[in-house]
Design a protein around this ligand. Sequence first.
Ligand SMILES: NC(=O)c1ccc[n+]([C@@H]2O[C@H](COP(=O)([O-])OP(=O)(O)OC[C@H]3O[C@@H](n4cnc5c(N)ncnc54)[C@H](OP(=O)(O)O)[C@@H]3O)[C@@H](O)[C@H]2O)c1
Length: 329
Amino acid sequence: MSSFQALMVTNENQFQRTYKSLTNNDLPDGDVTIQIAYSGVNFKDALASIEKGGVIRNYPMTPGIDASGTVIDSQHPNFQVGDEVIVTSYGFGVTHPGGYSEIQRIPAEWIVPLPAGLSLKAAMVLGTAGFTAALAVAAIEEAGLTTDSRIVITGASGGVGSMALAMLHKLGYQNLTAVTRKSSAHSWLTALGAAEIVTPEALIPEKLKALAKQEYDFAIDTVGGKLAEALIPSLQYGGSMALCGNASGIQLQTTVLPFILRGVNLLGIDSVNTPMNKRKAIWHRLATDLNVTENLKVNEVGFNELPIVFDSLLTGTHEGRSIVKIGGK
Ligand SMILES: NC(=O)c1ccc[n+]([C@@H]2O[C@H](COP(=O)([O-])OP(=O)(O)OC[C@H]3O[C@@H](n4cnc5c(N)ncnc54)[C@H](OP(=O)(O)O)[C@@H]3O)[C@@H](O)[C@H]2O)c1
């Protein structure tokens, strides 16, 4: 029986992260087996790769919340050998072995057929980060986005933030403010469409007011904590914040005033359990009007270079989107 490589995290007596040689007998339950071409590297994957990262619930586990690849065996009528597919979300790379493996077996109901217009590589350039950015863009569209809207995007040098910025620019929105701590990111964020770039410090006041000057119509927040706390009181009457992330922590202290006096809305964004109909519709948009793969800052690494990317994500020095070539051509 032929063997294949997978990254494993184990936690027997002590936490370990190692590349292991596995065989088909080691594959988990599921009805579709795929040969993985590419995976992505998300903040959540970096957390999954460390002890007490809070992502992995049962060990041993293969992390990797994103994968694209080709079906090599199927026990399900919806998928045939040779089909190109995307797998993200649900328990993938969290409770069920994930994308950092040359071969993986998955439940059919987690699989999205690769939409026309995307390659296996482009699908992973987008990955969970692009999918989440697209959910956030769709949420603020539904909340009343107009061509004049002033939109602020936090964590702009990150995967979700940079893609949300690029998508809004591609759709024709111009009043885009990118919030970043990194001066090194200014030139490429401007190229992605940022009309203005500010630091988190410029937005976070010494003393937070319950209501502040109404600076923005919409916000896409990937950072949480003090930055989100500063932005909520700065939203225009009727404005909305799509709340996607917790890069600076899970706390959010605010008052009811922006909500009851200005009709402000908080829009929760969850990529993990998005129902399949909406998931397919968002992937269709990612292949068409929200396809920003040409414009992004992409860092492609080899399978054995994953730990370097984990470190840069965990230390906050990572920029843009990283993908990992597992077996892709
Ligand atoms: N809701 C969902 O379903 C979903 C899906 C995917 C991701 N997420 C979450 O969304 C967030 C972003 O994910 P990602 O993959 O884009 O991560 P990422 O690539 O690491 O980007 C996060 C960005 O946030 C900023 N940041 C990090 N630490 C910060 C701090 N302490 N204070 C202020 N800013 C900080 C940095 O941008 P600057 O240096 O430019 O400021 C960083 O590039 C994460 O919290 C992730 O868990 C949620």
